[in-house]
Structures are given as C-alpha cells and as structure tokens.
Design a protein around this ligand. Sequence first.
Ligand code: NAG
Ligand code: NAG
Ligand code: NAG
Ligand code: NAG
Ligand code: NAG
Ligand code: FE2
Length: 462
Amino acid sequence: MGLFSLFVTLFLILNVAVICNGGITSKFVRKVEKTIDMPLDSDVFSVPPGYNAPQQVHITQGDHDGKGVIVSWVTMDEPGSNKVLYWSEKSKDKHHARGHMVTYRFYNYTSGFIHHCTINHLEYDTKYYYVVGLGLTERQFWFTTPPKVGPDVPYTFGLIGDLGQSFDSNKTLSHYESSLSKGQTVLFVGDLCYADQYPLHDNNRWDTWGRFVERSNAYQSWIWTAGNHEIDFLPEYGETVPFKPYTNRYPVPYRASGSTAPFWYSIKRASAYIIVLASYSAYGKYTPQYKWLEEEFPKVNRTETPWLIVLMHSPWYNSYNYHYMEGETMRVMYEPWFVKYKVDVVFAGHVHAYERSERVSNIAYNIVNGVCNPVSDQSAPVYITIGDGGNLEGLATNMTEPQPKYSAYREASFGHAIFDIKNRTHAYYGWHRNQDGVATAADSMWFFNRVWYPEAEHPVSQ
Ligand SMILES: *[C@@H]1O[C@H](CO)[C@@H](O)[C@H](O)[C@H]1NC(C)=O
Ligand SMILES: *[C@@H]1O[C@H](CO)[C@@H](O)[C@H](O)[C@H]1NC(C)=O
Ligand SMILES: *[C@@H]1O[C@H](CO)[C@@H](O)[C@H](O)[C@H]1NC(C)=O
Ligand SMILES: *[C@@H]1O[C@H](CO)[C@@H](O)[C@H](O)[C@H]1NC(C)=O
Ligand SMILES: *[C@@H]1O[C@H](CO)[C@@H](O)[C@H](O)[C@H]1NC(C)=O
Ligand SMILES: [Fe+2]
C-alpha cells in the first residue's frame, strides 16, 4: 500500500511538472520498427481483373456546395470510355456524365489513360451508385452526397496526412475505415504517395497508391491539399513543371471558389467551410493566393457554415525538431486574418507525428517592438499537426524541450483523427493512434465554435 501511494504521489508530481511545462508530451511507448513500403506484389496493390478494367477509382467534391462529385479512374490498356453511369438509390433513373481523359509523361514513365468526370446537380444527402469502364469491363461503386449546406447539419470528417504506402499506412487507413464515428469525408493534408522517394520519382508508385486507397476513396470524397511530395520537380531529367503527376491525377474544384490554380481553393460541405491553402505556391502580398484569400475570408457566412476549417501542408505551430520554421513565413502573412475571421481549427501535416495546440496567436510583432511570443487567444484557431499517416520516412520523434506552453498535446505515433460536427456550437474531436482499439481516442477535445459559442474549451487528454 505504501509503495502504491508513493507511486501515486510520484505520478501526480510528474504530471504537474509536465503541465507546468506547457502541455502534455505523451509517455506512450511504441515498438520501434522501421517503416517500409509495401512491396509491389502486395494485396492492396492488385490490379482489378479484366481487360482494361478501371483502376485507382477515386472521388472528390466537384463544386462549391457539395452537389457535384469528380470521379477519376485510370485505364491501362486503351483509353476506353469517358462516361460515368450513375443513378440515385431513390429514383433508379440512370444517367450518364461524360468526362475527359489525360495522359502525361514523367521522364521515361508514361501514364495510363487518366479519366476525370464531373457529375453536377446531384441531390443532397442521397446515395448514388456509379459505374465506370462502360463496355469492356465495368466496375460499380457508390457514394453519398453531403446534406444540404446549413448551420446545424452534423457531419463527420476524417483527417489523414502524409500517408504514403508503407505497412503502417495500411494500418492507418484500416483504422480509419473501422472507426466507430464513421468518417464521411477525408480531409487530406498533403503528401500522398511518396513516389518521389524512388529513383526518377518512379511514377508507378502513384499508380500503386491509387489502387491502395481506392477501397476508401472510391466511396467517399477525399479533399486534397498539395504537399511537398507532390512537387515532383526534377530538372536534371527535364521535369521542370512542378506538380505534374499530382495535377494530372487529382483534380479539385478550384474554379468554383474563384481560385486560379488547383493548389488553393475552398468548399462548403454540410456545416463546414473548408479553405485549402498551398504551402508550396507563392503566398506573399500581391500574389494570386494572397489576393484570393483576402477576398475569400469575408465571403464565409458563419450563419450558413458555422465551422471554418483551414487545411495546409506545412504547420505554423510545430514543436518537433523537424521542418524548423518552414511554416513561419506563411504564418506571418496570414495569421492576423485567421484571428480576425475566427478560424475554428487548422489542420496541417508535413511533420510525421501528432500535435495539438492551445488557442494561441502571435500577431503583435511589428519589427521593432520585440513582442513575439505566442499568447493565449480565444479568437485564434487550434492548430493540429496530423502528418502521422505512416509513410516510409518514419516518425518524427525528436521534440524541442521543454514543451512550449502553446503545445497542448504531442506524441510521435502513427494515426488519424476524426472531427465530428454535432451542431453549430459543438464538435467532438479525437486522435486515434494505430496501436489502440477503434473505440480509443488517445487525445480528444470538445471544440466550441468560435462564432456561436466562443467559450474556452477544456480538453480531456490522457
Ligand atoms: C527509365 O530509366 C531508368 C534509368 O535509366 C531505367 O532503369 C528504367 O528501366 C526506365 N524505365 C522505362 C519504362 O523505360
Ligand atoms: C492491408 O490492410 C488490409 C485491411 O486491414 C488487409 O486485408 C491487407 O492484407 C493489408 N495488406 C498489407 C500488405 O499489409
Ligand atoms: C448568411 O446565410 C444566412 C443563412 O443562409 C442568410 O440568411 C444570410 O442572408 C446570409 N448573409 C449574407 C450576408 O449573405
Ligand atoms: C534532436 O534535435 C536537436 C536539434 O536539431 C539536435 O541537436 C539533437 O542532436 C537531436 N537529437 C537526436 C537524438 O537526434
Ligand atoms: C449541440 O451538441 C452538443 C453536443 O452533442 C449538445 O450538448 C448541445 O445541446 C447541442 N446544442 C443544441 C442547440 O442542440
Ligand atoms: Fe511534407
């Protein structure tokens, strides 16, 4: 008994010490294993049977409001059909939509026939079946459109970043798929397949990745953010146009939000307004992205979409010893707007670990006043780094010490998160490390909306 109370006392002292430092650095102990890519003959990469069978089927939102879907797929043997056949569970009337096809070369790699087909004017909150590959080999899938945009519409987003295609990536995706809160759409914060880690950026690894995530991405929209592993800039081999594989394969509805490039754009989905920013496109003053964002924030109507979510690849607040200050210049440019317009939460990736911040801002500095520490700010977003999808580069384990005050929770484990919007005031957020059962959230918190219920939150971490 005496020993037990000693332990309890020690535990409490340690806990207090950790809290005084700032937030919590998780004491979770992982098995240390190398993160390796699944070999080319893995089950998850298998090619669907049949001549010219469509593969790498994936969908994303196709318009600004959620009534459109872009269906993409690849055929390998010949171009095949551009059409998508679809019908709603309610009406059963069959419709066709016609898409277009692209191919690209990357040094000596030639892509398959990549098809993109936008289906518009769908009904909200409706299950649709769709068929690609009309003619020779057909494959059928389904998706459910989001409910009509509105302030109290519950909706559940999954968060995945820096996924790659290792055995751990497969665990992350499986864990997300079996999540009890049933994510309806993935907000993907960049760095998809890591093909650029292979000689000549072996673009066959873009194809394997497309086949790997099809089991989720053919059935629910993944909202794309461009990361550094999408740049594929290889001038010594004549590849001088950045983002070539990514833009050919993963279209986004950027024109619908008045954007002029696919790397920054916005969508509305249910009760959320999602702004996607580009860490690897110019964002300084007068640049297209800057001008777009300047006009974009005032358009967000929190009566219609209470939840304002921003996605970017490179985090602004990061207390790991990786990618030091990479997000800093964008933070300096845009953070005052994030506070002014009361962004609820910012999700980023890039650092291969997990971290959640307190609500802080750091916008007082003006070159001469020396005021440059993050301060508690209830109008500021919570910053979450979720670059822990499991890619071959492995975990970022080296943290700055002591943990800065603004950092609420950090842990170097692979996982995914769920942002579960209940209504205009409340959203439940949980981070799920891969080692845990589906019911466990290693870090969680009730988010209070910054416009409708701007009270301080009381995170419950363990
Ligand atoms: C591309 O070039 C590399 C290096 O020269 C070579 O190993 C590879 O087999 C080539 N691939 C194709 C499809 O020609
Ligand atoms: C990937 O995960 C799925 C589902 O959990 C499993 O069926 C499959 O065997 C796994 N593949 C590899 C290569 O780990
Ligand atoms: C904001 O959205 C609400 C609800 O849809 C609407 O009634 C209101 O007119 C909108 N406000 C503006 C400024 O557009
Ligand atoms: C962690 O990062 C710091 C700062 O970059 C470095 O000085 C230190 O050697 C690193 N520690 C380990 C164990 O790699
Ligand atoms: C919003 O959801 C929270 C959490 O489920 C609940 O406690 C609260 O009563 C809800 N608010 C309204 C107005 O329904
Ligand atoms: Fe990255």
